[in-house]
Design a protein. Structure first.
Lengths: 130, 206
């Protein structure tokens, strides 16, 4: 029984490649791929939602992350405005961007664990190359 | 001979007492402020980034005569280690050698020379102070617009000590390239122009 089938892709400059036949993959590998794919996509969702919720919780701060927050108060006698600094971590836009990037990376990586497409499911262009 | 000595003595006395008499009405205000109300706000608006920060390490003294505000003179000192921005990485860079070099240049000083274009409205005096600003060891002549508010007898409300208050407000702009603050570098993120807002009050206890 052949476990692999040779595909001729000469039209695209490639001589040939081998793809595993999905129908003939061991069940264990298929389940493993499915689990990893789901785990990666779930992780991507968690990272994305966490980043977004931290950013929203921090007051949609558009600048860099801050370890202190400065607010202005007014001295009653002199009328002077003066800064009052308090320790507070504010999630910045750069960390939101990083969260989105990590999330996108995890989601993209999850496609590496997809089942190979069956010949019957291939598009016309792909079938013409076989 | 005795008369000569008496005359000489009289002149010595006159000359030694004169400065005190001339400045008798001048009040010396101390700008050291433990409550950290005295502050300087700095703003830098570059194409890619807008940075704003504060500094509260203000000290110095100013002599002010309510009857002769044009004679206002003194010195305001800002401790560079008190410069603050909310982003910790940015603050570290700002205080490091490449930018403010706080360990070598611990203060920024403004020495007020004379006040011109003086206009008095009630307790508020506006004008322009010509002075010398020293930043990072570089001293340059500057003319800054100021607004002084003389609050007679108001120190008791603030510090529970009888005395006067002098409030000084000034907004002006300097260029970091003039003072050698990483001149010519990172101008897309840190603008060359630094907008300064000085908000300080000095106390003169009776």
């Amino acid at each position: 029984m052949e476990a692999k089938r040779r595909v001729n892709a000469g039209a695209w400059g490639r001589e040939s490649e081998t793809i595993p036949d999905a129908d003939l993959l061991p069940v264990g590998i298929s389940v493993f791929c499915l689990c990893v794919r789901l785990a990666l996509r779930l992780a991507a969702l968690v990272v994305c939602c966490s980043g977004l919720s931290f950013w929203l919780g921090g007051g949609l701060h558009m600048g860099w992350s801050k370890s202190t927050e400065t607010r202005t108060e007014i001295d009653e006698v002199t009328g002077l405005e003066y800064p009052v600094t308090a320790s507070k971590y504010v999630f910045g836009a750069e960390l939101l961007g990083a969260a989105f990037a990590v999330s996108g990376g995890l989601f993209g990586l999850s496609f590496a664990f997809c089942k190979p497409t069956r010949p019957g499911n291939r598009s016309g262009a792909e079938m013409s190359l076989i | 001979m005795k008369q000569f000595h008496k005359g000489k003595l009289a002149w010595v006395l006159i000359l030694s007492v004169a400065p005190g008499v001339l400045s008798a009405d001048s009040i010396k205000f101390d700008f050291r402020d433990s409550k950290k109300v005295n502050n300087v706000v700095f703003l830098m608006d570059a194409p890619l980034e807008s940075i704003n920060g504060t500094a509260t390490g203000v000290s110095g003294t100013v002599s002010f005569d309510p009857a002769k505000p044009a004679a206002t003179a003194g010195k305001i000192v800002l401790s560079t280690s008190s410069l603050h921005v909310d982003n910790p990485v940015m603050k570290k860079h700002m205080l490091d050698e490449g930018w403010m070099h706080v360990s070598k240049f611990p203060t920024i000083e403004f020495v007020a020379g004379k006040m011109t274009e003086v206009k008095t409205t009630g307790t508020t005096i506006t004008g322009t102070i010509d002075g010398k600003l020293t930043v990072k060891g570089v001293t340059k002549k500057v003319s800054v617009p100021v607004r002084l508010t003389y609050l007679k007898g108001m120190l008791i409300k603030r510090n529970r000590v009888p005395g006067d208050l002098l409030v000084l407000r000034s907004d002006f702009t300097i260029k970091r390239s003039d003072y050698g603050i990483n001149a010519g570098n990172n101008e897309e993120k840190v603008s060359d122009e630094i907008e300064l807002k000085l908000r300080v009050a000095g106390a003169a206890p009776y």
